[in-house]
Design a binder for this molecule. Structure first.
Ligand SMILES: [Zn+2]
Ligand SMILES: [Zn+2]
Ligand SMILES: [Zn+2]
Length: 352
């Protein structure tokens, strides 16, 4: 019997067991789950009064976009994008600008921050894997607008932009949406990536992420690329079919994207998530952006999007040790995703 492989993450002190002995094919995970239909969707047009006043609304106006806010009892209608505070926030705003210092030995602090929802389309089912490209451009622009607004608060150290797709991945509502949470410290995983990439930069005066991208573009884990973005299955994937999307140009946060890059990211989301959807019949997944807001990190941190399909369950070993058993080698995942994504791209080009 040949031994399974132990793989360490590029930067994190995190190990994955690539279980070749119990290996499964990506398509073994196809599982069609009927999502529960809700009678009244609070995120759908005409139900705006069911959510708090919007902090940002995109309203079409003479061929361009007007940015608005809801005031008091008034709710804007006819929107393309609508962003509002989460009704059950994990983090809540401070009454006034407060400089919350969470030092190393802090064990108790106030969860000051913001927790927002972005309804990505007035169409309930316009998820990024099927969305129109111009709509996805609005979605990304809304990420940037809110990232700008939230990162300007003195108590914000980080802004997490993440998406839960389907109930099995934690989405309580099926209307297409993204969430943002700003936190008074940099979360552990991002902080660890930052520290490791800082050390690499001090030693080599190069960005370790730029090096990873260069290597993975020519590896069996490569999935897809356009002018500005590249997608690949990470070397030590901890989830079956996990993939990451990186901007090719070195940039610490999404806020540095050019207009062309925003368009290219919209296409990357549409093609990669569309490929995942068609390969596994719309599986549940989570995604999260990793960014650096601090000026110091701009030389060595390189933002990216990590996509985690939710196909297996983390059980006792994973939860108690932080070592993950992955039954789909990233190379196999990449091969299947590569094919699915190419088909997706052809379909999209044919439609235009
Ligand atoms: Zn809806
Ligand atoms: Zn870089
Ligand atoms: Zn990351």
């Amino acid at each position: 019997m040949s031994a399974n492989e132990l793989r360490r993450d590029y930067l994190l002190d995190r190990w994955a067991v690539i279980a070749v002995e119990r290996k499964r094919r990506p398509t073994d995970f196809v599982k069609e789950v009927e999502e529960k239909k809700v009678k009244v969707c609070p995120f759908c047009p005409d139900n705006e009064h069911m959510t708090p006043p919007a902090v940002l609304v995109y309203v079409p106006s003479n061929g361009s976009i007007r940015k608005e806010r809801d005031q008091n009892g008034f709710r804007h209608k006819g929107w393309l994008i609508r962003c509002f505070p989460n009704l059950y926030p994990a983090f809540t705003p401070a009454d006034q600008e407060e400089n919350v210092q969470i030092k190393e030995d802090t064990v108790l602090a106030k969860a000051f921050g913001h927790h927002e929802v972005i309804a990505e389309s007035p169409h309930h089912d316009e998820h990024p894997g099927v969305a129109r490209i111009p709509q996805l451009v609005h979605v990304i622009n809304a990420y940037l607008d809110r990232l700008n607004a939230l990162s300007a608060k003195t108590y914000t150290q980080y802004v997490s932009i993440f998406r839960n797709h389907k109930r099995d991945a934690g989405a309580s509502l099926s209307h297409t949406h993204t969430q943002l949470i700003s936190t008074p410290f940099v979360p552990r995983i991002v902080a660890e990536e930052m520290e490791a990439s800082r050390r690499f930069w001090v030693k080599n005066k190069r960005c370790t992420f730029c090096e990873i991208i260069k290597k993975e573009r020519d590896s069996p884990r490569f999935i897809w690329e356009n002018d500005s973005f590249v997608a690949f299955a990470p070397w030590a994937s901890v989830h079956p079919l996990e993939f990451w999307i990186f901007p090719k140009r070195h940039q610490p946060t999404l806020l540095d994207m050019s207009r062309a890059e925003i368009e290219d990211l919209a296409v990357a989301l549409r093609i990669c998530l569309g490929g995942l959807k068609s390969l596994l019949k719309d599986p549940p997944y989570n995604f999260g952006f990793h960014i650096a807001l601090s000026k110091e990190a701009s030389d060595y941190y390189h933002w990216h999007l990590e996509v985690y399909p939710k196909l297996t369950i983390w059980a006792g070993f994973e939860k108690s040790t932080g070592i993950f058993i992955n039954v789909v080698p990233p190379e196999d995942a990449a091969e299947s995703l590569r094919e699915a994504v190419q088909k997706e791209e052809k379909g999209l080009v044919a439609k235009v």
